[in-house]
Design a protein around this ligand. Structure first.
Ligand SMILES: Cc1ncc(COP(=O)(O)O)c(C=O)c1O
Length: 306
């Protein structure tokens, strides 16, 4: 008999799947880590678990206290899931534009959701969270955008899982960046194992990594309005800026050709992988992360190509 004692034990160790349904140059292989297999449905379950653990260990929070975090949604779901059964309250500040499904799931897991205007972006959500911290006693903000535990989460889990799954045969690592934690931690781990691995960071148009202006985009979960302190340009060898149109077209193709029901940040990462594949020599293994599932974006018309 094989069974688990708690859904918390199901976080991580997600499947890595080869994508064979697309025309790739001879000898180039592409693999995706399906993070929607986590119990809260995204790559951010790993972060929620780690942020809560380190907050408890460092005495920043104790039962009865409140965690307050600005989040695009998935980190909130991860934190709310991790907090179940701990006696810790969770409150999230979410810009209005983010998907209603994510906000409903956070609430279903017991969280309070505070919305901020879409036009103020994540910067507005961060400002509101700071305000709430001064008002609510025994509150603590893990600050995923500044907390070194964010990249550490992925250095400790995602990086080793990918390395082991492919016995180290990795040539290119591609991942989208919102806070940059997933990319930074995983890329750092892989580079430690083999400095020759090419690390490629992915952003939507409307993100500032490639020198562009900050602006609106439909691709959800990635895109930077500022560069968090733990993101170091030394960690990446290339940047791909992917339009919403290209990302959403890939989302549809991934479902129809591969049966992979993924969110738009996965579509964006996949488009970047195909661009890398065109540049690659035979024998190249490209690995990417599919952070979450399309099911949490159905209300936003993810398959409608609007
Ligand atoms: C769907 C989705 N994709 C990608 C990311 C980017 O992850 P990171 O903040 O680690 O850069 C997030 C972050 O919440 C996300 O929710």
């Amino acid at each position: 008999m094989k069974y688990y004692k708690h859904v918390h034990d199901l976080i991580g160790n997600t499947p890595l799947v080869e994508i064979t349904q697309f025309d790739l140059p001879e000898g180039v292989r592409l693999f995706a880590k399906l993070e929607y297999f986590n119990p809260g449905g995204s790559v951010k379950d790993r972060l929620g678990k780690k942020l809560l653990q380190s907050a408890l260990e460092n005495g920043h929070i104790s039962p009865g206290g409140t965690i307050i975090e600005p989040t695009a949604g998935n980190t909130g779901i991860g934190l709310a899931l991790a907090a179940i059964g701990t006696g810790i309250n969770v409150m999230f500040v979410v810009p209005e534009k983010f998907s209603i499904e994510k906000q409903e799931l956070m609430k279903a897991l017991g969280a309070t959701v505070v919305n901020t205007p879409t036009k103020d972006g994540m910067t507005g959500a961060i400002a509101k969270a700071n305000e709430l911290l001064t008002e609510i006693p025994n509150s603590y903000c893990p600050q995923q955008f500044a907390n070194p535990a964010n990249p550490e989460t992925y250095f400790e889990t995602l990086g080793p899982e990918i390395w082991e799954a492919l016995d180290g045969h990795i040539d290119v690592f591609v991942a989208g960046a919102g806070s940059g934690g997933t990319f930074t931690g995983t890329a750092k781990y892989l580079k430690h194992q083999n400095p020759a691995i090419k690390t490629v960071i992915v952003e939507p148009e409307g993100s500032i990594l490639n020198g562009g202006e900050s602006g609106p985009h439909r691709t959800e979960g990635i895109g930077m309005e500022f560069i968090p302190p733990f993101v170091d340009t030394a960690h990446f060898n290339a940047i791909h800026t992917i339009s919403d149109k290209d990302a959403f077209a890939r989302v549809l193709e991934l479902s129809q050709k591969c049966g992979m029901l993924v969110g738009s940040s996965s579509g964006s990462a996949f488009e970047a992988c195909l661009r890398e594949a065109k540049l690659a020599k035979p024998g190249t293994n490209i690995v990417t992360i599919f952070p979450d599932s399309s099911e949490r974006y159905l209300s936003t018309g993810i398959y409608k190509n609007e």
